[in-house]
Design a protein around this ligand. Structure first.
Ligand SMILES: [Zn+2]
Length: 399
């Protein structure tokens, strides 16, 4: 067993209310962490740290749990900057652009899919992200969905089958036939490669009854449900999430008071994706309403080529504070422990004993700088299971 001391932490944010100063963020100052075999074994004052085999130095900076990006469409080919430019010129988003990415993704080689995903994951890691979820949904044939999940599994264990992202062109006149395929051969082939089943339940996408059918079939195949809902207008997404016991309902831009009451009385996490609202010039959700009602909130990037080609969780935190009315503390919790709740993984999103030693070192005195200095490259190092997976040129904590 290797023990490592991470010392020189000016501000340690554990994101565990049972730890540190007793605030929801569980903050310790002038702190140290002891890591044993990739897991946090001890956290406390630097002066009281025990002896270890290995020594890392955070350089006096702020250490936060690695961000948990619980909603990404990591694996795809092509890009749609022309649609973004058109939208910014005043055209509304209606979801039709997914078909373009499907065609590009089907035409790509597995090496192209892998290298594109790896490049995006490298950006995420440089931004402090240590856990991601990744969805299929740009294949929409049995073989192509399988291929996307196989590539996704090279990057994360949190993989999601999203066969009901759009109706592919070859089924344009046979919507029922496509749903039969998704709930039949496609689900059968994809279930062994995925942990989650997801649906796009919204205006212009799939209806409540269609979404219920696919989520039920996914559950019967051993997958846990989550869904896209309430992005493009008021609708059934949040209520359906509560009904089927989904881990999370994602977007939540348009929620009624009844939706919020239903979420507050459930274990469903409301995952907010302000990058999509930013990139489609849509209204932002009011996160304060959710937090005040007692709903667990997560923040994620929704990284995808159409509506949020963004990999940065620090940007999500800044948007959440400026536009979603979250406090900096609420936003950091949503980007860490909130994401962990959305992925039902209690080992990540916190830095208290028993957690995976996944963290980001920030070159600033306080986590508040994540929202206070948007665009600054504050992350100087990112570690997963106690090992550096990113160090900014000029910084090394492996002394
Ligand atoms: Zn999405």
């Amino acid at each position: 067993m290797t023990t490592t001391l991470l010392a020189g932490i000016g501000e340690l944010v554990t994101c565990d209310a049972a730890f540190g100063d007793g605030s929801p963020l569980g903050i310790l100052r002038d702190a140290a962490l002891v890591i044993e075999d990739g897991v946090v074994a001890w956290a406390g004052p630097g002066a009281a740290a025990p002896a270890t085999d290995r020594f890392l130095d955070a350089g006096g900076g702020c250490v936060v749990p690695g961000f948990v990006d619980s909603h990404t469409h990591l694996v795809f080919a092509g890009e749609r900057s022309d649609e973004f430019a058109a939208r910014m010129a005043g055209e509304p988003y209606t979801g039709g652009g997914i078909a373009r990415t499907v065609l590009a993704t089907r035409a790509a080689t597995i090496e192209e899919l892998r290298s594109g995903a790896a490049a995006r994951l490298a950006e995420m890691t440089a931004g402090g992200t240590t856990t991601i979820e990744a969805k299929s949904g740009y294949g929409l044939t049995v073989a192509d969905e399988v291929r996307l999940l196989e590539v996704s599994r090279e990057f994360t264990r949190q993989t999601t089958f999203l066969g009901v992202h759009a109706v592919p062109q070859e089924y344009a006149g046979d919507r029922e036939g496509y749903l039969d395929l998704v709930c039949g051969a496609m689900l059968e082939a994809c279930a062994p490669l995925a942990r989650w089943v997801d649906v796009f339940c919204d205006r212009g996408a799939f209806s409540e009854s269609e979404a219920r059918r696919v989520l039920s079939a996914g559950k019967a195949a051993g997958l846990m449900p989550r869904l896209h809902g309430n992005q493009l207008g008021y609708g059934p997404g949040a209520g359906l999430a509560v009904e089927v016991g989904a881990a999370s309902v994602d977007h939540c831009t348009y929620l009624t008071d009844d939706d919020i009451d239903a979420l507050a009385g459930s274990e469903v996490v409301a995952t907010l994706l302000p990058g999509a609202d930013f990139s489609t010039r849509a209204p932002y959700p009011d996160a304060r309403r959710l937090v005040d009602a007692g709903v667990t909130v997560a923040l994620a990037t929704d990284c995808n080529p159409g509506t949020s080609y963004i990999t940065s969780m620090p940007l999500m935190i800044a948007l959440a504070v400026r536009e979603l009315r979250m406090t900096p503390a609420q936003a950091l919790l949503a980007a860490t422990s909130g994401g962990a709740a959305a992925l039902r993984d209690p080992r990540v999103g916190r830095l208290s004993p028993g957690a995976s030693a996944d963290f980001a070192v920030l070159d600033c005195p306080s986590f508040v700088h994540l929202a206070y200095r948007p665009g600054a490259r504050l992350v100087v190092a990112t570690a997963k299971h106690g090992d550096a997976v990113y160090e900014r040129p000029g910084f090394s904590f492996s002394r």
